[in-house]
Each structure stands twice: as C-alpha cells, then as structure tokens.
Design a protein around this ligand. Structure first.
Ligand code: NAP
Ligand code: ZN
Ligand code: ZN
Length: 347
C-alpha cells in the first residue's frame, strides 16, 4: 500500500481536516502521481455536504494535476517526470458499448468515480485529489500538454470537459448565438469554448458586478438574469444555452430566452427537482437536455484544443488550510472563477 495524506470530511457537512490513508499498490498498468494541483469544483462541496452519505471519510477532488513519479511495467503513455491529469473517473468496466466508444463516463456498469466509489481491484473506497499522491491506471490518466499552466489546467479535467463536450455534441459554431447561465468555474470556461468555436456569446448572470469581467472573457453581451426587463429583452434570442447554475432557479425563465428549435442544456445540478411549464417547450419547439463530463478520449482532445487555442482556467490559487473559506466563497458566487489547491509547495 502507498501512504497518502490528504484533507477529508469525516461526516456530512464536516470540515476538511488532515487525513492519512492508503492507495493501492501500483500494478503493471498503473501510474503514480505526486499531486501538485487540484481544482475545487462545486460538486466537491455538494459531496462534502452529504450527496453520497455512505462515502465518509471523504477526500474530495476530481480536477487533478500531478507529476508522474513511477510507472508499472506495462505503462506505455507515461514516463517518470511527465505531467499527468485525472478527472472525475478512475476506472470503468472497459467492455461495454459505452466504454468501447470512449464514453467511459457513461459505462453501463457505472464508472468508478475518483472519490466516493469503490476501487475495482481492492474494493476499498476511492479518494480524490485533495491529497499528495494518487495511483491510477494509465487508461484513465490524461497527458497534459506542456503549453498548459498546471494550475490553470487542473479545472479543465472537470469544468473544462463538462462545457466542451456539449458544445461539440450539439455542433455549436459560427452563426450560433450561445448563452451561458452562471459565470462560475464551468460557466467561464463555457464562454471561452463557445467563443473559440466561433459563436456569439451571451452571459446570463445574477451578479451584475461580473458584467465587465464577462466581456473581458470574450462574451459579446451580458444579461443580468435577476432583471425582468433584461430577461424580457433577451426572449427568443439564443440558439443554445448552457445552464451551469448550481442553485435552484426558474428554468422556465431561461427557456424563454431560446429561439424556436433552441436547446437548453443543463449542466448544473440543483439539489431539488423543478417544474417545467409545458408551453415553454411546446410554443417554440424547444429542447431541454443535459450533459455530464465526457470520456477520456474527448478529454484528451479538449486538452489539446486548449493548448492550441491558449485556453486556460482563471484561477485563484490557495493553500489547503483555506478550503473551508473557498467553499464558502464559492457558495456565494464569489470566485473568479475557480479555486485551485496548491499541493506542490512545502507547507
Ligand atoms: P460555481 O463555480 O459555484 O458556479 C455556479 C454559478 O451559478 C455561480 O457562479 C453563479 O453565477 C450561478 N448561481 C449561483 N446561485 C444562483 C442562483 N440562485 N440563481 C442563478 N444563478 C446562480 O459552480 P461550478 O463548479 O461551475 O458548478 C456548477 C454546477 O455544475 C454545480 O451544480 C456542479 O455540481 C455542477 N457540475 C456538473 C457537472 C456535470 O457533469 N454536469 C460537472 C461539474 C459540475 P453568477 O454569479 O454568474 O450568477
Ligand atoms: Zn466537478
Ligand atoms: Zn463500461
């Protein structure tokens, strides 16, 4: 077993405190990473607050960048000293049609989540990247282009692929008007990708104070979604809307911003179910859909796209003793745009 040190919550809603645990002994297909950076995703806070009640003690973190310190005898894609990344999954069945198609995140036997799951080899709980070391099969590790800054690359492994994948799937490009609701970790990357794909981009935000920053990120227009007037003026204007809002909100109001045949894609995961007014869909033949992360192949493609187009995450780098403050500020939409733990510097 490999000894690991991380930050765990011991019960739902508990503070993240230093925690010693073990990782599996690396097998022939495994790489060992010394973790240097881990992004703080809104889903981490949700997990700590009790999303998966059986998963405690819980070390969150699925936006992981590290340096390869050891490789098994069969590893082909990594060597010691390489930079590698790990996102939301660390294993899957490898045999079902989804895995065969490179959609491991949609594995019919359920992919093994980076934390809150069970290691397929040892049966032990999986633990995430708010830690110093990780063991993972190379098939689920990403090569990180050297052009990418490691802190800015970490959030690409969840927030990045989660916004890149639906924009690709629904063929967003020149001539499309794309809305991004919620300018947080996911949202700000959604703006950068939609812009890079050639779309006209409209940010819908509850934070009027983020308007200037949204334009700087590349948005063409900003709609303050708490303003009825601005929402009314935006009615029927969007071809596609990425909804990254983390909290309960009136999705009907956002559906109204779509043109005929427009699509609203849910990415955010509000805690409560919500109601849809049928006429919001029927009237404009609109579609309501959703999307979750992406497979390993597409994540690798996305990292290459970012390196080629100079796309990175805007991060606020913090030391692990400030995780609690970071969660709190994230819950108040007060981060531009992603906290990233600096795990590489000596404490
Ligand atoms: P985040 O950084 O906290 O951003 C969420 C944004 O939502 C906030 O910055 C805020 O933007 C907006 N918002 C918050 N409360 C709101 C409200 N009451 N009404 C309207 N807008 C509100 O979170 P994130 O890490 O980007 O994650 C966003 C959501 O996606 C979370 O629910 C997370 O669990 C989920 N997620 C899903 C996937 C997936 O695979 N689908 C992957 C990762 C994360 P403004 O200040 O601009 O209004
Ligand atoms: Zn995430
Ligand atoms: Zn599978």
């Amino acid at each position: 077993m490999i000894r690991a040190h991380g930050y765990a919550a011991h019960e739902p809603g508990g503070a993240l405190v230093p925690f010693a645990f073990t990782r599996r002994d690396p097998g022939p297909g495994d790489v060992v990473l010394r973790i240097t950076h881990c992004g703080i995703c809104h889903s981490d806070e949700r997990a700590v607050s009790g999303w998966m009640p059986s998963a405690f003690p819980l070390v969150p973190g699925h936006e992981i960048i590290g340096e390869v310190t050891a490789v098994g005898a069969d590893v082909r894609r990594f060597r010691g000293g390489d930079r590698a990344g790990v996102g939301c999954l660390v294993d899957s069945c490898r045999a079902c049609p989804a895995c065969d198609a490179g959609d491991e995140h949609a594995c019919h036997q359920r992919a093994t989540p980076t934390y809150g799951g069970r290691d397929r080899i040892t049966g032990e709980p999986t633990q995430g990247g708010y830690a110093d070391v990780l063991v993972v099969d190379e098939r689920y590790a990403l090569r990180v282009p050297s052009a990418l800054d490691p802190a800015g690359a970490a959030p690409l492994l969840c927030a990045g692929i989660t916004t890149y994948s639906p924009l690709r799937h629904w063929g967003v490009g020149p001539g499309h008007v794309v809305g991004v609701a919620g300018l947080g970790g996911l949202g700000h990357l959604g703006v950068k990708f939609a812009k890079a794909f050639g779309a006209e981009v409209v940010v819908l935000t509850t934070s009027a104070g983020k308007a200037a920053a949204a334009i700087e990120l590349g948005a063409d227009r900003v709609v303050v979604s708490t303003s009825r007037e601005q929402m009314r003026a935006a009615a029927g204007s969007l071809d596609f809307l990425l909804d990254t809002v983390s909290a309960p909100h009136d999705v009907n109001a956002y559906l109204s911003t779509l043109r005929r045949d427009g699509t609203l894609c849910l990415l955010g995961i509000p805690a409560e179910p919500f109601g849809i007014t049928a006429l919001r869909l029927i009237g404009g033949r609109r579609s309501l859909t959703g999307s979750a992360i992406g497979g390993i192949r597409e994540t690798q493609e996305m990292l290459g796209f970012c390196a080629e187009h100079g796309i990175s995450t805007d991060v606020e780098l913090i030391r692990p003793d400030r995780i609690g403050e970071a969660f709190d500020r994230m819950l108040h939409s007060d981060v531009r745009y992603r906290f990233v733990l600096d795990l590489g510097s000596p404490n």
